[in-house]
Design a protein around this ligand. Sequence first.
Ligand code: NAI
Ligand code: MG
Length: 501
Amino acid sequence: MSTIATPLAPQLDPYALAAELSGKHLIGGRLVPSASGKTFDVVNPAKGEVMGRAGYGEAADVDAAVAAAVGAGVAWKALPARERGRLVAECGRLLTAHTEELARLVALETGKALRTESRVEAGVLADAFTFFGGLGGELKGETVPFNPKMLTLTVREPLGVVGAIIPWNVPMMLMALKIAPALVAGNTVVVKSAEEAPFAVLRACQIMAQVLPAGVLNILSGFGPECGAPLVAHPKVAKVTFTGSVETGRIVSRTAADKLIPVTLELGGKSPMIVMGDADLNQAVAGAITGMRFTRQGQSCTAASRIFVHDSLHDAFVTALKAKVDAMVMGDPLDERTDIGTIVSPQQFDRVQGYIAEGKRTPGATAHECSALPTDAALAQGLYVRPVIFTGMTNDSRLAREEIFGPVTCVIRFTDYEDVIAQANDSEFGLAATIWTRDLKTALDATQRLQAGLVQVNQNLVVQPNLSYGGVKSSGLGKEATLEAMLEHFTHKKTIMLNMA
Ligand code: NAI
Ligand code: MG
């Protein structure tokens, strides 16, 4: 049971919560304004209205947050690992009690539908802390049979202050997969939230600050160049873990290289889904809906955005997929009936519309626009985009090569298995892949040959704790979400030798 004297009560009105958190960062266990006092607008993308103002973090705020994390680091590292784990698991328990509140807040700031997306994300957030909280005792070292006269052993030590930079698409979940293992391993953390979605993650950190010692977990809001860059560059930041675009990943990586600090990068994707001629059509269509993350407006790095369908199933697949997406309801993210909410920001909206327009101009391509825009006048300014299934595209088109991060998928017809494996691998990215077939040999062969961090057969499950997650090629460096990820990416192995002679 918690020993908090007056625990924070869940606040189910996301507008009230955004107002309460406006202008604030969490530094040293307290909500504080930016050193400059500056703020920036946060807009609810479903209504185009300002829902609150976030603290405008800059170098001075980074300095304060890193100083708090350095200060807290000595005592945190000295706690027994299982005691750190116990506190992290307690965070999971508290977050569970705030699931609905956090889901509503993230729905409001990102436009992700409450029922299909935001509630699920809030659940995974809590689950990640519960999962990693149980792993404190696994921070084990080894004894090494080096020489019987020398007791040789290894221990796992934390790296120090971890800088965690997160995006807006699943901000709470992606934050959790970074900070829960970092904390259990004995590091202290400074998070930089995404400018589009600063509130739900701040609220989650405020909730956790009720049980974590002050300064162990700090979070800043702000923009990339003004707040993210000084965090990465800060001399006391010993490790950076980043999720976002390939372009920003390269910038982060360069700074980390100059400082000679380790970096974990979870970047983009263009995940292939291969539907063989013998696949179960209904299962594959349902898998394309989940895989493409239509309920998240396709704003997922693992989105199954290149769907290769065997010639014999192609037309039936497209018809069935379109019918299913047509049946999905676009609407107010906070409405329980809504399946699909909005795009997160005007920038992303324009970017996605640009790709759709380009697709429509591509010779041979057909755009199948699905579902229907909401008619509610209150949503007239909302950043709604009808999902589009493109057919007649080739794997060489820009739509099939670049990460769109919107509700746009390309269905590409194929006839030959060898050829489709080659096309699937002909991509800059390598995050996830799926194959749909009833044939065991084909399934096994494909799982071995597809270049991706995660390959699934006849399913398209989403990221969750205890499933190693991370890509190859331009999709990133390093893995997340598992015990091994915690050991490899948030500790270093120290060798200790005792001369017994
Ligand atoms: P981004 O990579 O610019 O932003 C991600 C995070 O990095 C944000 O917190 C941002 O403030 C921060 N950042 C930006 N510039 C930085 C810098 N110089 N130093 C340190 N931190 C910096 O991504 P953005 O602009 O939100 O989206 C652009 C595209 O990136 C999307 O269309 C999508 O293709 C991809 N993306 C991929 C994600 C993934 O899950 N792998 C998540 C978000 C975006
Ligand atoms: Mg950017």
